[in-house]
Design a protein around this ligand. Structure first.
Ligand code: TMP
Ligand code: MG
Length: 289
């Protein structure tokens, strides 16, 4: 139905089911659709020319806004907790408290650095952060068709907004749920605002934002994009959901994790650094080939 679904990176446990969901969404019309996407390693690239690309947190880790000592501490945390994040031998229940520990420790260290708000844009500009190939089409087309895009991220809201602003795609249809920095009156980081969003509590984050989903109640058809199994709960706040098509990027530890991704995502994109497949689906849903 969509030629891109035959790309070598595409794996599906049940292609027939994907076709049924798509047919049903096309029938309902693109004015009933909303898109919910994770940010780090979903809208941004995992790697470029063999080198890992940064997450929101890593943009700060690699910047000169923090001391070398702090950089070292954050690196130790990353080396400790990232392998746990992607460990297929541990259950989500087992990982959850450890992920809370990672975020809590990292945010505490960042706050000690008194990061300046006015220097965030430069840190982003100087970083190696890259949106996935095809991002312009995705953002622009959704905007043209007035399809809401919710970016739901356990990264840092201020940083991710800057990434999409600098890329020229922070359009009016984009809404962000994330961890936002709280600055004092002289513009220095003093805390993070609100409830912490980490990789495994997106369901709770979604349920705290019922107002947003209430506004979008005429859009019960959801396209979900993620790269972690924690991203699957991002749509838990959607009201009276009719159809959901879940697309998952499997970036790392492919062989160990493939089966669990196939069991939970409708479409799995294996080491695919592009948005070619999500874009083809979006064009299909809006009647543009
Ligand atoms: P996401 O929900 O937008 O993908 O953001 C979560 C990612 O952030 C997750 O893959 C882990 C990563 N992360 C870091 O790279 N450094 C950190 O210090 C923390 C707390 C998270
Ligand atoms: Mg992610």
């Amino acid at each position: 139905m969509i030629p891109e679904l035959s790309n070598p990176s595409v794996c599906m446990r049940d292609p027939q089911r994907v076709e049924e969901i798509l047919q049903s969404m096309v029938k309902a019309g693109s004015n009933t659709v909303q898109v919910i996407a994770d940010f780090d390693m979903t809208l941004t690239r995992f790697a470029y020319k063999g080198k890992r690309c940064p997450t929101c947190h890593n943009i700060l880790d690699n910047s000169n806004l923090i001391s070398n000592e702090c950089r070292e501490e954050l690196k130790v945390l990353l080396d400790t907790y990232y392998p746990i994040e992607i460990d297929s031998a541990r259950s989500i229940a087992e990982k959850l408290p450890l992920m809370v520990e990672w975020w809590t420790k990292a945010h505490k260290i960042l706050v000690q650095q008194k990061i300046r708000k006015d220097l965030l844009a430069t840190a982003v500009r100087d970083s190696d952060a890259m949106l996935r190939e095809g991002y312009q089409l995705l953002f622009d087309h959704l905007q043209e068709h007035s399809i809401p895009l919710l970016i739901f991220s356990a990264g840092i809201g201020d940083i991710l907004e800057e990434v999409i602003r600098q890329a020229g795609v922070f359009h009016s249809n984009v809404k962000v749920f994330s961890n936002y920095m709280d600055f004092d009156e002289s513009g220095l980081l003093k805390a993070f605002k609100g409830e912490l969003i980490h990789i495994y509590n997106k369901r709770e984050g979604a349920l705290l934002n019922t107002g947003h989903f209430q506004e979008l109640r005429t859009r019960p058809n959801v396209l979900l994009l993620g790269d972690s199994l924690g991203d699957l709960t991002m749509a838990d706040g959607v009201q009276d959901m009719e159809n959901i098509l879940k697309i998952g990027f499997l970036n790392d530890k492919v062989e160990e994790r493939k089966q669990s991704y196939l069991d939970s995502y409708d479409i799995v994109l294996v080491q695919d650094e592009t948005l070619e497949v999500p874009n083809a689906i979006m064009l299909h849903l809006t009647g543009n080939k």
